[in-house]
Design a protein around this ligand. Structure first.
Ligand code: G3P
Ligand code: CA
Length: 351
């Protein structure tokens, strides 16, 4: 017993002194496995689960306010189509940037849904919080920071924020500089230096380089940056060339020296988890892809997304959510991961 306590104390000392870095738990869109994503309620619930960081996806409104929403559309998680039926664009989508903050605040938020062929709204995750129950709204970025900083004060933890600048290419095309606006709010709330508890993430490599090379030096800021990774054919990020939107090519990131190039402006990468563990892996043969080694050799932290415990979301190469965490934390040795179920990841690491 005595020997065990000595071992536990020694381990705690190694972790607190940084000799053994404990990997991070990042609450993805809050505790979004349990309450509608990006509401203040799911962020408060996530906070109580004691992750290291809580994520915010940030988009801009018509009146230049920053709100926490995953899509730059409102129609997947709100009743915008019922409240403002005439405000969709030609593609049928309701863009947050076409609505004022007051209008967005008048909407009800629910679990994310899709519209089926009969026009019915069907929950993306049927086992999650019931659709249209209780009452949720879209928070501003500032409201969410105030919630987390307020809880840091009252509960005494030191939980960080992990904002993502969503579609800066789209915002710029609409005449808005979302990156500058996000940095301004971060600075206002005291997030300025490399050691502050914030990671700023973005899929758009051009924009992340602009933040690193131009915006942060001008604003006297030096935050940790994370390059999110996508495959080119996802069309996740677009570039306007001669007024025409073209898919940004991520191909260079997967080539030799790709990670070295990212390390010139970012502190870490956020890959999709199959970019690290091949989906053809089996229980007896976990195939770790070369990206992991390349990122570590370049000195980058690696924070893959997104770990979900919902039915059908556990890869065939493992039996359980905990098995998946074990592979990524202990075999791949990621530095942190995004999960909709932060309680499960915290509990896994505490064991
Ligand atoms: O930002 C990490 C992860 O959230 C990326 O995926 O689409 O959920 O923002 P997404
Ligand atoms: Ca995100």
């Amino acid at each position: 017993m005595k020997r065990l306590s000595f071992f536990a104390a020694a381990m705690a000392l190694c972790v607190s002194s940084g000799i053994l870095a404990k990997p991070l738990v990042i609450a993805h869109r809050g505790a979004s496995g349990y309450l509608p994503e990006h509401t203040l309620e799911t962020k408060a619930l996530a906070y109580a689960m004691k992750p290291d960081f809580i994520e915010q996806d940030v988009v801009m409104t018509k009146d230049d306010q920053l709100v926490v929403l995953h899509d730059h559309y409102l129609d997947r998680v709100t009743n915008v189509a019922e409240v403002f039926p005439d405000r969709a664009r030609e593609d049928g989508r309701y863009y947050a940037i076409d609505f004022t903050l007051a209008e967005i605040k008048s909407l009800q938020v629910t679990e994310g849904f899709n519209i089926d062929e009969k026009g019915n709204k069907v929950a993306g995750y049927p086992d999650r919080f019931p659709m249209w129950k209780s009452s949720f709204t879209v928070p501003t970025f500032a409201e969410e920071i105030e919630l987390i900083q307020g809880l840091n004060k009252t509960l005494g933890y030191d939980i960080g924020i992990y904002p993502e600048i969503k579609a800066p290419w789209f915002h710029r095309h609409e005449g808005k500089d979302i990156s500058k606006a996000v940095l301004k709010v971060l600075k206002q709330y005291g997030y300025v230096s490399h050691s502050d508890k914030v990671y700023l993430q973005c899929f758009d490599a051009n924009e992340l380089q602009r933040i690193h090379n131009q915006l942060m030096p001008t604003m006297d800021m030096n935050l940790k940056l994370v390059q999110l990774m996508a495959y080119t054919d996802w069309n996740e990020t677009m570039e306007y060339k001669s007024g025409k939107a073209m898919p940004y090519s991520y191909d260079w990131m997967f080539e030799k020296d790709g990670m070295k190039k990212v390390a010139e402006y970012a502190d870490g990468v956020g890959p999709w988890k199959p970019m690290l563990v091949d989906d053809t892996s089996t229980k007896s043969n976990i195939v770790i892809k070369p990206l992991m080694k390349a990122a570590k050799q370049a000195g980058l932290q690696v924070h893959p997304y997104t770990f979900r415990a919902d039915p059908g979301r556990i890869p065939a190469y493992t039996d359980s959510f905990e098995g998946m965490l074990d592979i990524f934390y202990n075999q791949v040795k990621v530095d942190g991961l995004f999960t909709d179920f932060p309680d499960k990841a915290v509990s896994f690491l505490n064991k």
